[in-house]
Ligand binder design. Structure first.
Ligand code: FCB
Length: 440
């Protein structure tokens, strides 16, 4: 490792991140059906039609997994809570077993001296709400606020931080325009509505949590750096459009009370009536901003319909999921997010990490690629800090190999290797190196 804690400001937080559907095992503990179960059951959506029914069986191995978080000398654990585990129908009857589970999780973290950082929604929408239109239906903001209230009345008093929704771009664009995530739609009107309602739901959840007296509330957005594929005005405009859809829609909506013009160009005709009046709710004051960062894309102009661009394969080294490794993009985004949006609020890198074709050989996993990836991105974090950006934490995706959505169980993002047959956990070399670097 090329760093230790001493290379970061006093109090800088190192963490590991996971999400509920990707690790818990949704078949256990009375959780209701989700739109990911439906999406995965439809051939062609997910590699080998795999789903999160068992995943890492974290539901039954939670104590062992929290020991792993503590054993790597992390300060914080970012987890998410499943709406359908708490409210199997999405509304109404509460599954006490689900609330008990998250209660034990929070206490288990505190008992180990770890800070619990919760995300309320990381993509597993209860199927009965999907039946009602899911993110296309404006009522989802109220349903989500009600879920927030039920859950946070139980665990909100002991959380270190909370954020409503993981990566609104994935909820909106990836799932309703590109169709690559549940519910797998490819529909511009559905997209516009989901992109707006996801922010409205975010705002309503923040209001609800403030009402309960909770503090340290934030938002978690994923950003992807857009590089023009060629040096032409058309390619630059295409990259700017990509940037507006992916990166600026959500940050501008939350922090600047408006949507970028390049995005409205395509989506405005499809937005729900009165959308302009929702920015007071969407822009509820926050205490921190979380950025998830993995890669960049090369963007070329395309003569087809709006948004008139296409992705082009880039020349940089790639991870197991084919994402180019481009640490400089993280630096650029930290500077931009601080300057244009968060303006002085602490920024946390709430996800960063890489998939690698890791193999367990004689009881060990050598993953030097992951260590270099982490070191290179942390170097960019330090650069941004040196330039005055108040970066307050860095969380690795992910604690352990897990269900990587449409890519199933094949792509390994973990610091800990998981054998998906025996469910045995084996810390990889990167885990041990981090534990040494983060030792107090
Ligand atoms: C992020 C997601 C997370 C995981 C990583 C690789 O977009 O938040 O669940 O899939 O990518």
């Amino acid at each position: 490792m090329t760093f230790t804690r001493k290379d970061f400001p006093e109090g800088f937080l190192f963490g590991a991140a996971t999400s509920s559907y990707q690790i818990e095992g949704h078949a256990f503990g009375g959780a209701g059906r989700t739109h990911w179960d439906d999406f995965a059951a439809t051939p062609g959506n997910v590699v080998r039609s795999e789903n999160g029914a068992v995943a890492c069986d974290h539901y039954h191995r939670m104590e062992e997994d929290l020991d792993l978080v503590a054993g790597a000398n992390f300060d914080l654990y970012r987890f998410s809570t499943s709406w359908a585990r708490v409210l199997p129908e999405g509304r109404g009857a509460v599954n006490d077993e689900g609330l008990d589970f998250y209660d034990r999780l929070v206490d288990g973290l505190l008992a180990r001296g770890l800070k619990p950082a919760a995300t309320l929604y990381h993509w597993e929408l209860p199927s009965p709400l999907a039946d009602l239109g899911g993110w296309r239906n404006r009522d989802i903001a109220g349903w989500f606020a009600d879920f927030t209230e039920v859950l946070m009345r139980r665990i909100g008093d002991r959380l270190w931080s909370a954020a409503p929704i993981n990566e609104p771009w994935c909820v909106g664009w990836l799932s309703h325009f590109l169709g690559q995530h549940a519910p797998g739609l490819r529909d511009i009107r559905a997209t516009a509505r989901a992109m707006h309602h996801v922010l409205l739901a975010h705002g309503r959840a923040i209001e609800t949590m403030r009402g309960l007296g909770m503090t340290n509330l934030g938002a978690v957005c994923n950003l992807e750096y857009a590089t023009p594929a060629e040096d032409t005005p058309e390619a630059r405009a295409a990259a700017a459009r990509y940037d507006a859809i992916y990166n600026r829609w959500f940050l501008s909506g939350i922090f600047n009370g408006q949507y970028p013009a390049e995005t409205l160009e395509g989506l405005e005709p499809h937005l729900p009536a009165g959308w302009q009046d929702d920015f007071t709710t969407i822009g509820q004051p926050l205490d921190w901003l979380g950025l998830n960062y993995y890669t960049r894309k090369l963007i070329a102009p395309d003569p087809g319909p709006w948004p008139h661009y296409r992705e082009v394969e880039g020349p940089l080294p790639k991870t197991q999921v084919g994402w180019e490794i481009y640490p400089e993009g993280l630096h650029e985004f930290l500077i931009r997010a601080h300057r244009d949006h968060a303006r002085g609020l602490p920024i946390h890198v709430t996800e960063n990490g890489m998939a690698n074709a890791d193999r367990l050989v004689a009881g060990a996993v050598e993953d030097p690629q992951r260590l270099s990836y982490i070191e290179a991105h942390l170097a960019q974090v330090r650069r941004a800090i040196a330039e005055g950006v108040p970066v307050a934490g860095y969380y690795i995706w992910s604690l352990m190999d897990n269900y990587e959505w449409a890519l199933g169980y094949e792509k390994r993002f973990g610091l800990v290797h998981v054998n998906f047959e025996s469910l045995q956990r084996t810390p990889k070399a990167s885990y041990h190196a981090l534990a040494r670097a983060l030792a107090r």
